[in-house]
Write a protein that binds this ligand. Sequence first.
Ligand SMILES: Cc1ncc(COP(=O)(O)O)c(C=O)c1O
Length: 413
Amino acid sequence: MKLPQRGRSAAAILDELDAMQADDVDWKSGRAFSLAYYPGPDAYALGSEACARFQSSNGLNTAAFPSLRRMQADVVAMMADLLHGGAEAAGFMTSGGTESILLAVKAARGRGRERGIEAPEMVLPTSAHAAFEKAAAYFGVKAVRVPVRDDFRADPRAMADAVTPDTVLLVGSAPQYPQGVVDPIADIAAIALERGVSCHVDACMGGVTLPMLERLGHPIPPFDLRVPGVTSISVDLHKYGYAAKGASVLLHRNKELRKHQTFVTDNWLGGLYGSSGILGTKSGGPIAGAWAVMTYLGEDGYLRLTREARAATEALLAGLRAIPGLRVLAEPDATLLSFTCDDPSLDAFAIGDALGKRGWVVDQQKPPPSLHGTVNAVHGKVIPEFLATLREVVDEQRGRGATAAQQAYGTVE
Ligand SMILES: Cc1ncc(COP(=O)(O)O)c(C=O)c1O
């Protein structure tokens, strides 16, 4: 497309935008077990309006936008409270889980440098998110991956064995993405404490859900800043905070640890420049969107959404277990799960593709080849319909031996 010679009418543009969305997955109707989260029409509309009002305010300089400073401080304080950070906890909002993880790794590297470590390493289970590999590549930190146990949880003993004098960071997830289980954070953090290195908890998925599940009476292993040795924790508001995309929080145990996240220079003709994250200019929209949705929903709203998401997860689990040839990989601790095929004539990726053709998006992953469901409140209405489609697809494919290559979780083109 070339820039149009003459501008077009707003009405024509909005019509075309609607038309373009026609082929997108219908996530507000619960067709995406991945990528998008729907809190219902009221909270969604409020989040959109708040984002729109602050879309061109610039979070780079909150001295010029005290509104953003206040909203960011409020959002961070609300999360610090939910994650038991106490008065010492300090953090910033970021653009998402990946940025929070990048900055957690950068912070650990900075802390390691103070101890003279120039070839830093981090020890993490094979289940920790791909964003840690990105951080390793961007920041020159060696990623030492340690196999998970048979229950897909991190293996703290094996992690302890992988620690070297160059280790700056240990990682655990709450829950990890691939099978939805919470790592033994207390054991991982104890190793970090003993060795005097950082411990990051990736609660991008569970940072809101797990505190709510705990309040609802589910047994949740300790995973947050209550655990001695945890130095930072990430939580994505654009996931189970049900806020607009571009909102995450990286929380450190204290300001001293947070200082390694930020960047300051005066080595150019523009003078003193400081930023809290990877981005320079950043839209105030996601900050206002998160603030609005969090304060609109409140604890009551999150309890309701979490109850609905967990009930949908349990209904999906029961349905999957009733389909011969499929096997759920692990009992999920929160609202994420994955399943594989035990029947050799079935192929997880071929099933995933067939579901895709019927308008359902489920992530495909390996090893082992499996399908992944990120279940949110909106799925409460659609589990029976999804299971009926899945049964149909499995019955069609059983005995036929169809296979397919994995569809990637992200895109590069
Ligand atoms: C456990 C976990 N950490 C980090 C991320 C990365 O988050 P984002 O895609 O917002 O960058 C994800 C994304 O699904 C995740 O599941």
